[in-house]
Design a protein around this ligand. Structure first.
Ligand SMILES: Nc1ncnc2c1ncn2[C@@H]1O[C@H](COP(=O)(O)OP(=O)(O)OP(=O)(O)O)[C@@H](O)[C@H]1O
Length: 367
């Protein structure tokens, strides 16, 4: 099949990355269709996604480069599969990663299914990641731009999903993408990069969450001394390892969140950098996804959060949907976040962190 006979549906967000993605595919001779997803109702009094303006940018770029474009509404799917999960995790005191869920359930499920029904051969997005085809099927590799690599958020993608996906920006550095946007004089060439989670955007996180979950203030306790350190605003607002926003200081260095007790509604804090209470040596994770088959135990590297350097780890497959990941030492490994496993630049897979241990003893992050 030549590119001319291959139809690619590009997820166009109205941003510079997906604009360049569409243009590059067009340059390569593909049949390109642009689709904008509306996942959040921006007329909702709490939402801040600027869907209407973004769709206008999709229109401008699509008309400029000469491709058909549509909008599709996945508000219900997004609400049921991403937002509900997000709220449920916060209710449990965990720190979810809605972007991982959005990729798994919306961009590479609802959207991909929709594209296939339209007769597409592939979907493409402006993610910074690479897909390569080899004798084992497909492999996902980190984007070459270390600073922009988004494989952490794509860790739940399967062979099936990846085999129908193109990431045309994966071999480019972000400044090169901007340059291409200028070279092709795309309407979005100078548009600011979006930050934050779509449905929250740059608005105050606490205020946003309090619109959906009742805030339940309680006591803040020094985990070591038992000393009362004042009040917290509601356990859901805090993440393990968090330093900012506690409103306490004093001699002996900054305070960090080291645990939550959902029964007593107490927030535990400890004082000082690299406090032992935050240090773990292993974790248990579920929602396991391996992109290719793996051995029962193996060594590799891992990230426990997005902006973190890889750590050498040993992985043991414990059962159908559980892995144990052991490492020398890491601080503030947080339940609800993803652990993503790498072999060099290749993504082995990922899972969601459930429990964290120090030398075999479970840390009481969540009591
Ligand atoms: N509302 C949307 N409709 C269609 N596709 C989308 C939408 N939001 C994101 N995508 C796709 O997912 C990719 C990654 O999304 P992300 O939110 O990380 O965007 P980004 O890196 O800021 O990219 P962009 O500059 O294209 O907005 C985008 O490049 C785009 O292909």
């Amino acid at each position: 099949m030549t590119n001319k006979d291959t139809t690619v549906v590009v997820g166009m967000s109205g941003g510079v990355d997906s604009s360049v993605t569409a243009k590059l595919l067009l340059e390569e001779g593909y049949n390109v269709v642009g689709i904008f997803m509306k996942n959040w109702d921006d007329t909702d009094e709490f939402g801040v996604c600027t869907a209407t303006n973004d769709y206008e940018d999709v229109r401008l770029v699509a008309e400029e480069i000469g491709i058909p474009y549509y909008s599709v509404n996945f508000e219900k799917e997004y609400h049921d599969r991403v937002f509900q999960y997000f709220l449920d995790e916060y209710k449990k005191g965990r720190t979810p990663n809605p972007d991982v869920m959005c990729n798994k359930e919306i961009k590479f499920k609802a959207f991909l299914d929709h594209a296939m029904k339209l007769g597409a051969d592939y979907v493409a997005t402006g993610h910074y990641a690479r897909v390569i085809h080899d004798e084992n099927g497909v492999q996902m590799l980190r984007g070459v731009d270390n600073n922009k690599d988004q494989t952490y958020f794509l860790n739940q993608l399967t062979q099936e999903q990846l085999s129908r996906t193109l990431f045309p920006l994966g071999h480019l550095e972000k400044p090169e993408v901007r340059e291409l946007a200028h070279k092709y004089d795309l309407a979005t060439k100078d548009k600011k990069d979006s930050t934050g989670i779509c449905f929250i955007g740059e608005r105050d996180f606490k205020e946003f969450l309090s619109n959906y979950l009742p805030a339940n203030p309680g006591r803040m306790i020094n985990m070591e001394t038992g000393e009362d350190k004042g009040r917290h605003d509601g356990l859901m607002y805090y993440t393990i390892g968090q330093r900012q926003g506690l409103g306490i200081g004093g001699d002996g260095g900054p305070y960090f969140v080291a645990g939550k007790n959902l029964e007593t509604n107490e927030l535990y804090v400890v004082q000082g950098d690299n406090h032992e209470a935050l240090i773990s040596t292993s974790l248990i994770a579920s929602e396991v996804n391996f992109i290719n088959p793996v051995a029962d135990s193996f060594d590799c590297t891992a990230k426990f959060r997005y902006r973190q350097k890889d750590v050498p780890v040993s992985v043991k497959v414990l059962g159908e949907d559980q892995i144990e990941v052991s490492y020398d030492s890491a601080s503030a490994v947080t339940p609800g976040q993803a652990v993503v496993l790498y072999d060099g630049d290749t993504v082995i897979g990922g899972a969601t962190i459930d429990k964290v241990f120090r030398n075999g003893e479970e840390l009481e992050y969540l009591a």
